[in-house]
Design a protein around this ligand. Sequence first.
Ligand SMILES: Nc1nc2c(ncn2[C@@H]2O[C@H](COP(=O)(O)OP(=O)(O)OP(=O)(O)O)[C@@H](O)[C@H]2O)c(=O)[nH]1
Ligand SMILES: [Mg+2]
Length: 288
Amino acid sequence: VNDRLSVMLKRAVMGETVAIAQLISALEARVAGSDEIRPELYEAGGHAHVIGITGTPGAGKSSLVNALVAEIRRRGKRVAVVAVDPSSPYSGGAILGDRIRIHTPLDPGVFVRSMGTRGWLGGVSRATIDAVAVLDAAGFDAVIVETIGVGLEIADIHVVNKADRPEADRTAAELCERIASSGVRNGNGWQVPVLSTIALDGSGVSALVDAIEEHLGWLHRSHEMDRRQRESAAARIRAIAKELLVARLEDPSNGVAFDEVVDLVTARRLDPETAARRLLWPKTNVVG
Ligand SMILES: Nc1nc2c(ncn2[C@@H]2O[C@H](COP(=O)(O)OP(=O)(O)OP(=O)(O)O)[C@@H](O)[C@H]2O)c(=O)[nH]1
Ligand SMILES: [Mg+2]
């Protein structure tokens, strides 16, 4: 195991901000040896409350996350943020008009990381998942992930932000109606709440954190947490396996030259399905 990465991981687990940032970068860049620390990294995690925030561009996600960070911090918890390609900068929890200001550069209880969308194919990228794993291992109580969504997602909690605007009440009422009429329940019995916030001054944010904590309690009580964790483990294994298989296809060390097989398929001397099987299992003489 790469010594430098191993030391970095140990420091990150102790909560050292610089090591946390370096480790996220190392995994993102897939530096040599980064795969070898994965078992230890994964084993150190599993304690953080991971909270996803999604919504249409400009809805106020980053502003709301800043307000959430301030409130969660006020409750004495360590909180980290992973923002996927945000257009707006993070102040790291210092929100104007709020009674609390947190100066993140000096507060090891807050960590904010932005990521680009390079290689992003929708959903949550591997780099994002890795960053969450590092922050989880680093002992943050909460890890917030901000991603841009289309606004049609089924959520555990719906938030109408910009409640200071005149149309907000109607939006919230319509949303309540839609949830009630569709009978949307996430899993066994969670009643999806619709909350209103003004991210800019922190209004409604304490009630939102209450709802998030209540939801966590329900996840545990109903065993929905176990179900989701199992589902997510299976989905990740499948996604990574697909990635590895595709990489293996073009790996010359597997004994079959990818380009030659492409030539055969192009000339119709081999069909694509048999070609793929032969590339993946070159030793077994798969005919069809
Ligand atoms: N009036 C009002 N404006 C808000 C509120 N929350 C955010 N804004 C403003 O809305 C704009 C977008 O806010 P962001 O927090 O950057 O929104 P976002 O959803 O993160 O945007 P993207 O990351 O680009 O998708 C900014 O100008 C904010 O100041 C709010 O509660 N009320
Ligand atoms: Mg944003």
